[in-house]
Ligand binder design. Structure first.
Ligand code: NAP
Length: 252
């Protein structure tokens, strides 16, 4: 892995990669995706076909640094999400960084689609849902030890959900998609950073980074660019949010 921007260019070891993605203390929402050059995020319905060893390393570093992973139920189901436990490689990596070894997964699901018996339906998983979701299912998940956050009436109120996660101590949120959740997060203007792995491939698939139209164009500022085996790893800051434009060194 080598750093291209900001200069000077140079190789990054494991510690350097952690430092390259470390955030200052405080609340943040960063989004992690891998996409092809034509914006596809899946090959045959999964992200795996776009991955690379470098992407896996960045994925692990982002998880190692996060307080919580926020993911849409569609992605959690199609990618086979399970809990991040203390004895796992990631758990040990987090412990070595002085973080709690367990990493809670917060599943966003308007319908509370997670079901008891599901791999994720155990503590410390969080369900981010709304009052319209089936009350019986919400209660059964709570009985299974899932922290059920009811945020909003008919739809999940994402700013409220992030407040509730912060109240639980989960200030630094890593959103791993998918496209439906990212679209809602952009529309709610809650995203601070997009960490995009750009695979040198053209896929021509319909699953794109953002699902559907956005209320407005979202502009981003390239803050960092790494490269390995032709894959680019970009850190973009989102610019249109008042908090973002007042960031140090940035003109409104
Ligand atoms: N390349 C990558 O880096 C990457 C990353 C992530 C995902 N993916 C791919 O993307 C595909 C999954 O995408 P997807 O379209 O299913 O998106 P998704 O956002 O993962 O899942 C959509 C579902 O999540 C819930 N959800 C999402 N946003 C919500 C919100 N704001 N409020 C409440 N619930 C919300 C809803 O669940 P309910 O229906 O239960 O209410 C919705 O039906 C998979 O093929 C996956 O492999 C690729």
């Amino acid at each position: 892995m080598r750093r291209l921007l900001p200069g000077p260019a140079g190789d990054l070891d494991d510690d350097g990669l952690v430092e390259a993605y470390r955030l200052p203390p405080g609340r943040s929402v960063r989004v992690d995706f891998v996409a092809s050059l034509d914006g596809a995020v899946t090959v045959d319905g999964r992200s795996e076909g776009l991955g690379s060893p470098g992407d896996q390393r960045v994925f692990r570093v982002l998880r190692a640094l996060a307080d919580v992973v926020l993911v849409g139920h569609g992605t959690a189901a199609s990618e086979g999400y399970g809990p991040v436990v203390a004895g796992s490689t990631l758990g040990r990596m987090r412990a070595a960084l002085g973080r709690p070894a367990e990493l809670p997964i917060a599943v966003a699901s308007r319908r509370a689609s997670l079901v008891p018996g599901d791999r994720l339906a155990v503590p410390p998983t969080v369900l981010v849902t709304c009052a319209a979701a089936d009350p019986g299912r919400r209660a059964a998940l709570a009985d299974a030890g899932v922290s059920v956050l009811v945020c909003g009436e008919d739809d999940v109120d994402l700013p409220l959900a992030l407040d509730r996660l912060a109240e639980l101590g989960h200030e630094q949120v890593l959103c791993e998609g998918g496209p439906v959740l990212l679209s809602a997060a952009l529309a709610a203007d809650v995203v601070d950073e997009l960490d995009l792995s750009i695979a040198p491939a053209l896929v021509g698939a319909p699953d794109r980074l953002v699902a559907g139209a956005l209320p407005d164009i979202v502009r981003l500022d390239l803050r960092q660019l790494l490269e390995e085996d032709g894959v680019l790893f970009a850190r973009y800051a989102l610019l249109h949010h008042p908090l973002r434009v007042s960031a140090p060194g940035r003109a409104p």
